[in-house]
Write a protein that binds this ligand. Structure first.
Ligand SMILES: Cc1cc2nc3c(=O)[nH]c(=O)nc-3n(C[C@H](O)[C@H](O)[C@H](O)COP(=O)(O)OP(=O)(O)OC[C@H]3O[C@@H](n4cnc5c(N)ncnc54)[C@H](O)[C@@H]3O)c2cc1C
Length: 399
């Protein structure tokens, strides 16, 4: 098992519990922790690391075995993976769950000058830059976040709430609107909340290049920044292409209905690195935490079936909902067709996050803490808003 994120750890834990005797199970992770990637924006904004990670040592037990190392190569023909420190490792079946890398769309200057928050290491860099920027006396730093999807929106809101007097935040989106995939009424509410936090939102403005001080826009405009964060998209892990596996959209490995690489049925690819076509829509399912967890469970089930001589089952993705936190005190979301704002949205988002921590073995306390945090944060937010500015028009939107 390569990778201990949402997809890899879910798959590993299912196998660890149910693996028939006589098989070995190895988890390779470059990090000693399972990080809740969907909450990395809070860490980037200065919150405690331990609120968004669990030590893997606590979760791994025989027959499972943990190797902390960096995967540096994959050789399907030899059924081997290369590890930076421990040499090579052979496998009979492999699960590739190394997540994603930033997709820069070939835009010059962005990889050199922008930071990202897709991994703990990247989020730590943003965190350090933010702390340095907000430490300066009589200076308001300007953070420019490129990409108005979930990642960009959640980071913008968190930074604006955490450093209201120390940072100016701009959210730049190439598409005509932020939060693609959300119901337009919810986007409208989210926009109002973000703008009330002082976030400047610019849409329909693709970036063409960046240098050390500013980005240039397609319409000829320029925006200067102190810190540039790229949240404009992700692609499959580069090791997939290097290994020669057939790729689908954005460098993700094309997988069959059982989540196996179409180039090699001994390699299951799950999570952000998989290009899985949803039979219902005929389109690739977008990379999300919920897809990663569902794929992790399905791949484990198929591996167990395969090891015990039973037919594998096709993976079916079920979209359960979509939630976005807008700082610690606000949120919006969709549960099925139902649009939710404020406390209900925050409660469900917190519940999903806490449930994941509980399910992977982090104990019941993170779930309890999360559920208690939702009303406390919501009420704190209401008090803050009442003190700062009137906010009545946003309280009871009906998406
Ligand atoms: C700030 C932010 C907010 C988000 N919010 C949401 C949300 O609200 N809802 C939602 O559904 N999705 C959200 N997402 C997307 C979601 O986090 C991803 O889709 C999900 O994490 C993908 O899971 P994964 O297991 O494929 O990858 P990851 O969770 O990224 O795990 C990959 C693992 O592989 C390890 N790894 C990578 N390379 C190597 C290597 N070479 N050697 C060893 N180990 C390696 C990594 O350390 C990591 O542990 C958000 C993402 C971000 C960044």
């Amino acid at each position: 098992m390569l990778g201990a994120g949402y997809a890899g750890l879910t798959c590993f834990l299912e196998l660890q519990d149910r693996l028939p005797q006589g098989h070995q199970l190895v988890l390779v992770s470059r990090d000693r922790f399972h990080w809740f990637t969907t909450e990395l924006h809070t860490y980037a904004a200065g919150h405690e690391a331990d609120a968004v990670r669990i030590p893997l040592k606590r979760l791994v037990a025989p027959p499972g075995r943990l190797i902390i190392d960096h995967v540096s190569g994959l050789h399907p023909a030899q059924r081997q993976v290369e590890l930076k420190l421990s040499g090579s490792l052979e496998y009979d079946l492999l699960v590739f769950a190394l997540g994603s890398e930033p997709e820069y769309f070939g835009l010059p200057g962005i990889p050199e000058h922008a930071l990202t928050i897709g991994s703990p290491h990247a989020a730590r860099e943003v965190r350090e830059r933010v702390l340095a920027l907000t430490d300066r006396d009589n200076y308001t730093g300007h953070v420019l976040i490129v990409g108005g999807g979930l990642t960009g929106v959640e980071l913008a809101a968190e930074l604006a709430d955490e450093y209201p007097r120390k940072l100016r935040v701009t959210l730049l989106e190439a598409a005509p609107e932020i939060m693609g995939g959300f119901h337009p009424d919810l986007v409208k509410v989210a926009r109002q909340i973000l703008e009330r936090k002082g976030i400047r939102i610019i849409t329909g403005s693709p970036i063409v290049t960046a240098d050390q001080y500013q980005v240039a826009l397609k319409d000829g405009g320029e925006i200067a920044y102190d810190l540039l964060v790229w949240a404009g998209g992700v692609r499959g892990h580069s090791l997939l292409a290097e290994a020669g596996l057939e790729l689908g959209g954005r460098g993700r490995a094309r997988v069959d209905e059982f989540l196996r690489s179409v180039s090699d049925d001994r390699i299951y690819v799950i999570g952000d690195s998989a290009s899985f076509i949803n039979a219902a829509s005929g389109r690739e399912i977008p990379p999300t935490g919920q897809a990663a967890v569902q794929m992790g469970r399905a791949a484990a089930d198929n591996i167990l079936r395969r090891l015990t001589g039973r037919p594998e089952r096709p993976f079916v993705f079920r979209m359960r909902g979509q939630f976005a936190s807008l700082g610690p005190h606000e949120g919006v979301g969709m549960l099925g067709q139902e649009g939710l704002v404020g406390l209900p949205a925050m409660t469900i988002k917190h519940f999903i996050e806490g449930l994941h921590a509980w399910e992977v073995g982090g104990g019941v306390m993170p779930l309890v803490r999360k559920l208690l945090a939702a009303p406390v944060n919501y009420l704190r937010g209401r008090r803050l808003r009442a003190r700062r500015r009137p906010y009545r028009e946003l309280r009871e939107p009906s998406p």
